[in-house]
Design a protein around this ligand. Structure first.
Ligand code: PYC
Length: 315
């Protein structure tokens, strides 16, 4: 299987160029559902150790159904097939540029949740114009074991997020274990209390915010992903969800730019426009996320049927 690895602001993406499963010719969401149900061992093995690495997101390239798109892509981590991935899309764009499939300029990419646009200012600096994003519910208070009351917004940016403005634990790189435990406890409380996003969407990403550590930063975030790894970047879909909350609270005007710091100190430049789509939920915005991705590896992944760890290390 032919792969190209990259990192976007520290968060790894593994793009499968060739050798993935044939998911048929249905819609991207049908193909994603097939990957999730029929090829679980396969997709997990691509990103789990010893073949992958912690926090890695996989991106399976597939033929788009819309001829205006340069590629279709289905994202997954070690726990789940996910709807969209912002850092992954920046990594996919850098990869497509690396293999000569796209150049500087704007291109469309099809995902299971809709078509996104990528604009390459150079081969590393990429802006993603994401799908319509919106806040679903404001200020939901949960009783969280070991923490107490935690209040956050539920918002959508291609995945479902619970977003806590005042992190119960300081958002510092020295505190990743505490942040991870807090994020898991919050997610457990969400599941135990049966809280869902719109259309019963599963809220599987938790974002905790703290003060920025640099002058240009708006805030610093910690993002817990479904596989319990934290996003080294500020999370593109999480930033999209965040922008919808800032817009809904009149804390950020359309086209105004902010810089979102990640836990490790990398960051994205963010802005939004109001959505004009008649089918988008009320208050929807169209987010733009700018960050940098760098290619780290071109390789062939070898699947040895005799390897007892061919499915990855699953504890
Ligand atoms: O950048 O959207 C993102 C993302 C989702 C999970 C990991 N990164």
């Amino acid at each position: 299987m032919l792969i190209v690895d990259s990192h976007t602001e520290g968060e790894p993406t593994r793009v499968i160029l060739e050798g993935g499963p044939d998911l048929g010719s249905g819609s991207l969401s049908e193909r994603a559902a097939r990957l999730a149900t029929e090829y679980k061992d396969f997709y997990r093995s691509v990103v789990l150790e010893p073949y992958g690495q912690e926090a890695m997101v996989g991106a399976l390239l597939t033929e788009p159904t819309n001829p205006e798109c340069v590629a279709g892509v289905i994202y997954f981590d070690a726990a789940a097939v996910i709807g969209m991935c912002g850092h992954g899309t920046i990594g996919v764009a850098a990869t497509l540029a690396h293999i000569g499939k796209i150049g500087i300029g704007t291109h469309k990419i099809e995902t299971p949740v809709g078509i996104v646009e990528v604009t390459l200012s150079d081969k590393n600096t990429i802006t993603v114009r994401n799908i319509d994003s919106y806040r679903f519910k404001k200020a939901i208070t949960l009783e969280v074991e070991g923490i107490g009351k935690v209040t956050g917004d539920i918002a959508y940016g291609g995945n479902w997020f619970f977003m806590v403005d005042d992190s119960p634990t300081p958002v510092l790189p020295s505190n990743i274990r505490g942040l991870t435990e807090a994020g898991i406890a919050i997610r457990e409380a969400i599941y135990a209390q049966g809280i869902k996003g719109g259309n019963d969407g599963i809220i599987d990403h938790i974002v905790l915010y703290g003060p920025a550590l640099t002058e240009k930063g708006h805030t610093r975030n910690f993002v817990l992903c479904p596989d319990d790894a934290y996003d080294r970047s500020p999370c593109g879909t999480g930033c999209s969800a965040r922008l919808s909350c800032l817009a809904a609270d009149n804390r950020l005007a359309p086209s105004e730019e902010i810089y979102q710091e990640s836990t490790i100190g990398s960051g994205y430049t963010l802005s939004y426009e109001l959505s004009t789509s008649p089918t988008a939920p009320k208050g929807s915005i169209v987010p733009s996320i700018t960050g940098q991705a760098f290619i780290t590896r071109e390789a062939t992944l070898i699947n040895n049927p005799n390897d007892p760890l061919k499915k990855g290390i699953v504890l």
